[in-house]
Design a protein around this ligand. Structure first.
Ligand code: HEC
Ligand code: HEC
Length: 480
């Protein structure tokens, strides 16, 4: 009898397994391995790391002690990587400044591989550069300073004013000279007559009313209040899995902790919606200046409205895309009609900085620049030989689309400090208006100066520009 049952069961099992295989053959196939020579890094997602703390299996004090003990090694690893990739010597040009006077760094910072020059590299094909491993390391995807954990990390210059943003496990990595000025100026489309309305201050929950009262209406002031109010976030919150030593004052982060004065402090993060952890890309905080003329939001998500992105930030990005920990830490769902709209409307008033060299069509005013000036020659290249305007169209220098630059033609898949550097897919064409004020460049901040971006595109688009043409392009971009 029992043997009969066993036989009948195994027959049923075989039939069901066969059906599953026929209907869902992909279930039984193993995942394709990424191409390249480096084995993928072990993958423990940020959620796997915090779940034991949330469940009370691991104590906050133990995590704190271990993370603190590890911190020097984490930072030494990242510093060494940055030294290998870039020449970080400050090279400010005192004549070139951002709105409030911070000098702009000049010259490419990416280090060239031994024995090459920019010209030699530009003469090679992408296959040759990839096969010989000659793509400058500074042009490869940049990992988060602690890729294995990720999360929001704020620059030291900001932490000086807002000590609540200090993490115990990791510090920000890029030197301050390659970041936007802090605090930055703030311009409003509705009151362009006023110029910078920030009064040179970091606008926070404490002073926003004093600074903006009488300039914004009460609805926009309420939107602004929400943008400077702290809400719970994965690493910054009052629960035991936080990455800040104190729980007191830890109601989370404010939108404008990253998008300082509606621009950016350069704070970094990992994109929320990619798994495994080792594939999640570093993302440099984008400026919110000029979001009103844009149609796609997020470098890779392409959400369609500022309203959607505002909701998405707090519901998903704040919690690394992990629903479970979001509930445990006190997610703050914003109400669409009375909160999201108010926040979005006031973001839509944030303007680009003035560009006195541009005419109404967004091109250089010919009365202000000689025909043979570097700026004018740069503009001609931008719209001509250098092909930049194919994607960065005037007047705001974005086509509001995504493009796959296929940078992975130039390198083999490799693991860099825990990040698997592989194909990146389509990325949003960032607007270039006001671009000199928002280093570092690219979605992950891998390019530190505008000169780096020109050397980068000279290779990617196989342009073969000469030294004069490259500096003319940079001169033009500084006018935008
Ligand atoms: C880590 C600090 C950080 C905080 C806090 C933050 N953001 Fe962002 N924000 C980013 C980053 C990084 C991006 C770029 C995302 C990407 O590349 O996919 C971004 C993108 C955006 C964008 C799209 C901009 C564009 O040009 O595509 C909007 C809009 C935005 N944030 C609004 C908000 C709002 C509203 C809040 C508060 C609810 C907020 N952000 C909080 C870092 C932050
Ligand atoms: C095929 C479309 C395309 C062309 C052509 C193109 N770009 Fe871009 N550009 C992009 C995309 C997409 C990004 C975002 C890439 C990323 O973040 O990974 C970008 C980013 C940039 C950035 C950094 C923006 C920021 O906010 O970080 C600069 C500067 C830039 N491009 C300048 C140029 C110049 C100069 C040229 C011409 C030599 C050029 N681009 C040609 C699509 C293009």
């Amino acid at each position: 009898m029992q043997a009969d049952y066993a036989k009948r069961w195994s027959l049923w099992f075989a039939v069901i397994a066969g059906l599953v295989f026929c209907v869902f053959p992909s279930l039984t196939r193993s995942q394709p391995k990424p191409a390249g020579d480096t084995p993928p890094a072990p993958d423990i997602s940020s959620y796997d790391q915090i779940a034991p703390v949330l469940l009370g299996k691991v104590k906050f004090q133990d995590v704190l002690a271990k993370d603190k003990a590890d911190k020097d090694a984490v930072m030494a690893r990242q510093t060494q990587l940055l030294q290998e990739r870039y020449n970080l010597t400050p090279r400010p040009d005192p004549k070139l400044t951002m709105t409030r006077g911070k000098p702009i760094q000049v010259g490419p910072t990416a280090r060239l591989p031994e024995g090459t020059t920019w010209e030699k590299l530009a003469a090679m094909s992408s296959d040759e550069i990839r096969d010989k491993g000659l793509f400058p390391k500074g042009f490869l995807p940049l990992p988060h300073p602690k890729q294995e954990t990720g999360g929001m990390v704020f620059p030291q210059v900001e932490i000086k004013q807002l000590p609540r943003l200090q993490r115990f496990d990791v510090d920000f990595d890029l030197p301050e000279q390659f970041l936007p000025e802090f605090p930055p100026a703030m311009f409003l489309t509705s009151r362009s007559d006023l110029g910078d309305v920030s009064q040179g201050k970091l606008i926070t929950i404490e002073n926003f009313q004093a600074i903006l009262g009488g300039i914004l209406n009460s609805k926009d002031l309420e939107g602004f209040r929400l943008l400077v109010t702290q809400f719970p976030q994965q690493q910054f919150n009052a629960t035991a899995d936080r990455k800040t030593e104190q729980a007191a004052g830890m109601q989370g982060v404010a939108c404008f902790d990253c998008h300082v004065n509606g621009h950016t402090s350069g704070a970094t993060h990992l994109v929320g919606d990619i798994r495994p952890q080792s594939h999640r890309r570093r993302i440099d905080t984008t400026s919110l200046r000029g979001v009103n003329i844009q149609r796609l939001f997020g470098s890779q998500r392409a959400l369609k409205t500022v309203e959607d992105f505002t909701e998405f930030e707090q519901r998903a990005a704040y919690f690394d895309g992990d629903q479970v920990s979001a509930s445990a830490k006190g997610i703050n769902p914003l109400e669409r009609g009375s909160q999201v709209h108010f926040m979005a409307e006031v973001q839509d008033l944030l303007d680009f900085p003035p560009a006195p060299g541009l005419g109404v069509d967004g091109k250089l005013d010919p009365k202000k620049f000689a025909a043979d000036s570097p700026e004018m020659r740069g503009q001609a290249l931008f719209f001509g030989k250098a092909q930049c305007a194919t994607c960065h169209t005037a007047p705001f220098y974005t086509d509001n689309l995504m493009h796959d630059l296929k940078v992975d033609r130039f390198y083999k898949t490799q693991t860099i400090n825990g990040l698997v550097a592989t194909a990146q897919g389509p990325i949003k064409t960032f607007a270039l208006r006001g671009i000199k004020e928002s280093p570092p460049y690219f979605h992950d901040g891998r390019l530190l100066t505008l000169e780096d971006t020109v050397e980068f595109f000279n290779l990617i688009l196989e342009l073969k520009l000469d030294a004069q043409e490259k500096s003319a392009l940079v001169a033009f971009m500084r006018q935008l």
